[in-house]
Design a binder for this molecule. Structure first.
Ligand SMILES: Cc1cc2nc3c(=O)[nH]c(=O)nc-3n(C[C@H](O)[C@H](O)[C@H](O)COP(=O)(O)O)c2cc1C
Length: 482
């Protein structure tokens, strides 16, 4: 194990994905809408690559923005330090047991303090701070402003304890030394901020605008209360990360971070923020007041790279990574709840990896399919916003929407095979919450049993398809055709 720790260097990761053909470059795009549109159209492509934007209009050459970093199985496996998978299901299988393991080992991986690191190559302090130096992007046409932080990680510290939290919260550019920070109430940094507000103290903040994507992948998931994401990342790497500490706040950040904004939210300092396109593909919230960070020092590497990760109508920049992470967690929860013969689970990107989830099982007994569907809909990881839960047989790939809907169309009898749950767990982020008379976020749910009826398993009409053996035979004989 290295004594200096892992610096979370984005450039090492970029070199690696360039080598495996997973990176492309785009020169001369405009930060107002062009970078956003290119990134959004890119993620809709099959087998898309990450894009590194350079020569961005209005900014110095070399001041770059990276998007689509987590959007393929190869890139995501590489970020999570897992073996390169052949299929989405391979990735889920190798990820399944890991979150519990990582979580139970966090204590062994306190970050290592270092005094040097690429992030210290340049600084701007006090009146010299100028955020306009760095590319901020207008991602979607109806967004309320430019955002400098999307695939970012915000470091904060508890007022009373040593707990350092690292969360992904969007960062809007206000002016040369001020940014807006939108933290949803209840998120960990919000809980910490509330204590500083009560004590009438400025809230110290360090915003990491780019690093190895593992950093933002983990700061964007629900790591438990009072566990530092930096320790969690150490557990994934099996090596602590190396951090330097900000001169003003003492907050730690990775020693190879690309750009770090250090500053304070002064008591009562708020400004209008948003609207911003959200992960389900809608503007579900309007302009609202959000905390303002006064940036008093900027640390940055030569020719720094901002990690962009804008939400929009799925599939979007980070919907694939959310699907994989949630599918792995759902798989484990359902097996732990005692459901046998689970083949695979997939939380579809089109539902923001929450609203349209599919499980495949090899049916073992009468009622098995309904049991799997209800648990998929209601288990701890799944209940929030789980609108549709679909159960299919083992011959259907749950990640293939066309196969799933074929099963729904041909193996279910709507009147018998759709169960409804009323007053389930919903969310105000659900665009359909507009129809609710109650302010409490209830939502109804459907469980669709699209398995062949258990009592007719042996007599159900046979599927017309090319067998695996025949497929291999013709593919070998006519390779050019396939
Ligand atoms: C790209 C991306 C953007 C996000 N933007 C926000 C945001 O603006 N505000 C917010 O509260 N949560 C946002 N989230 C969700 C939080 O990052 C997530 O809930 C995380 O668990 C928060 O960290 P915490 O658990 O330490 O509070 C975003 C997640 C991702 C992946």
């Amino acid at each position: 194990m290295s004594k200096t720790g892992n610096p979370l260097d984005l450039r090492v990761w970029l070199e690696h994905i360039e080598e495996i053909g997973e990176l492309e470059h785009c020169f001369g795009a405009h930060p107002e809408l062009e970078i956003g549109a290119i990134s959004q159209l890119n993620v809709k492509k099959e087998n898309h690559k990450a894009i590194l934007f350079d020569e961005i209009v209005g900014y110095s050459k070399g001041y770059r923005v990276l998007t689509c970093s987590t959007g393929s199985k190869k890139r995501l496996a590489n970020i999570l330090r897992l073996p390169s998978p052949q299929t989405h299901q391979d990735l889920i299988q190798s990820l399944r047991d890991k979150p519990a393991y990582w979580q139970s080992h966090t204590k062994e991986f306190d970050p290592v303090d270092v005094k040097q690191g690429p992030v210290l190559e340049n600084t701007m302090v006090g009146d010299d701070v100028d955020l306009h130096h760095f590319p901020a992007v207008l991602w979607n046409e109806k967004d309320g402003g430019k955002y400098i932080g999307t695939g970012c990680s915000v470091v904060t510290k508890d007022l009373e304890t040593d707990w350092v939290n690292v969360g992904t919260y969007r960062v809007m550019l206000h002016d040369k030394n001020k940014v807006g920070l939108m933290i949803i109430p209840g998120k960990h940094a919000n809980i910490q901020h509330t204590k500083y507000i009560a004590a009438k103290k400025p809230f110290p903040v360090a915003i990491i605008l780019g690093a190895d994507p593992l950093n933002y992948l983990i700061s964007g998931i629900e790591v438990p209360f009072e566990v530092s994401e930096f320790n969690y990342i150490g557990a994934i790497l099996h090596q602590p990360i190396s951090v330097v500490h900000g001169d003003l706040t003492g907050l730690p950040f990775p020693s190879a971070a690309e750009i770090v904004l250090e500053g304070w939210v002064y008591p009562g300092d708020q400004a209008p923020e948003g609207p911003f396109g959200e992960f389900l593909g809608y503007y579900t919230s309007d302009v609202s007041m959000a905390a303002v960070v006064t940036v008093e020092k900027i640390y940055f590497r030569n020719q720094p790279i901002i990690l962009g990760s804008p939400p929009s109508k799925p599939p979007n920049d980070y919907s694939y990574s959310k699907s994989v992470m949630r599918s792995a967690l759902l798989f484990n929860s359902i097996v732990s709840a005692g459901v046998p013969n689970v083949q695979s689970v997939w939380a579809h990107e089109i539902g923001g990896s929450r609203m349209f989830n599919v499980i495949s099982i090899k049916q073992k007994y009468a009622g098995h399919a309904r049991q799997a569907g209800h648990i998929l809909s209601q288990c701890g990881v799944g209940a929030y916003m789980s609108r549709y839960s679909v159960v299919v047989d083992e011959d259907i790939d749950p990640s293939n929407l066309s196969e799933v809907m074929w099963a729904v169309a041909t193996r279910s009898d709507p009147i018998n095979d759709i169960d409804f749950i009323q007053r389930g767990v919903g969310s105000q982020s659900d665009p359909m919450s507009i129809t609710q008379s109650s302010k409490a976020p209830f939502a109804s749910k459907a469980i669709i049993d699209a398995c062949r009826p258990f009592e007719f398993l042996n007599s159900f009409p046979q599927v017309v398809d090319v067998s695996e053996e025949l497929e291999n035979q013709v593919k070998t004989k006519w390779p050019d055709l396939f």
